[in-house]
Design a protein. Structure first.
Length: 167
C-alpha cells in the first residue's frame, strides 16, 4: 500500500510538471493597451476549432458578412491558425470577433481553393454560430511581447480581470 501511495504521488508530480509551461519570459507587469489596431483576442470554444476557418456573421448571426480569401489564411509556409495557450485557451491570429463562426473547412483545405467559394456554400459549412465559451480582448496585439505573458494571466486566473471580457 505504501508503494502504491508513493507511485500515485510521483505520477501526480510528473503530470503537474509536464503540463506546467515555463513562464520565465512572461511580462509580469502586462497591461492591455486599448488603442486602434489589430487586437489580441484570447478565447475558449465549445469544441476544438483551432484548425477551422473563421468567418464573421451579421449581428443577428444569420448571414456571413466577412470571410477570408483563400490566400489570406496562410503566410509563407504557415497557416494562420490560433496559437495554443494554457488550459485550452487560444490567441487569435486571423481576425475573429464576438460574431465569429467557424467553418467545417480546415485552413489547409481552404488555402487550396483558387477563389472564394460561393457564400451559400460557406454558410452551409458553418459548424457553430455561437462557438465561444470565453472571449477576451487583451488590447493591441503588438503590445504583447510573447504568449507567456497571456499564459501567466491564465495561470494566475487574471485573464478576465486584466482584459476586456466580451463573452
Amino acid at each position: 500500500m505504501k508503494i502504491l501511495s508513493i507511485l500515485i504521488t510521483l505520477i501526480g508530480i510528473f503530470s503537474f510538471l509536464s503540463c506546467n509551461k515555463n513562464l520565465k519570459n512572461a511580462d509580469k507587469n502586462f497591461s492591455p493597451l486599448f488603442t486602434p489596431g489589430p487586437r489580441a483576442y484570447v478565447y475558449k470554444t465549445n469544441a476544438d476549432y483551432s484548425n477551422k476557418v473563421p468567418v464573421i456573421l451579421s449581428e443577428d448571426k444569420k448571414t456571413i458578412i466577412s470571410y477570408p480569401h483563400p490566400n489570406d489564411v496562410k503566410t509563407g509556409n504557415s497557416f494562420l491558425t490560433p496559437t495554443k495557450l494554457l488550459q485550452d485557451y487560444y490567441l487569435d491570429n486571423k481576425g475573429i470577433q464576438i460574431n465569429t463562426a467557424f467553418l467545417d473547412i480546415s485552413f489547409e483545405e481552404y488555402s487550396s481553393y483558387t477563389e472564394v467559394p460561393p457564400l451559400s456554400y460557406l454558410e452551409s459549412k458553418i459548424l457553430d454560430k455561437n462557438p465561444f465559451t470565453e472571449l477576451c480582448d487583451c488590447g493591441l496585439k503588438s503590445n504583447i511581447k510573447n504568449t507567456e505573458t497571456i499564459d501567466l494571466l491564465i495561470k494566475q486566473k487574471k485573464l478576465r480581470s486584466t482584459c476586456k471580457v466580451l463573452k
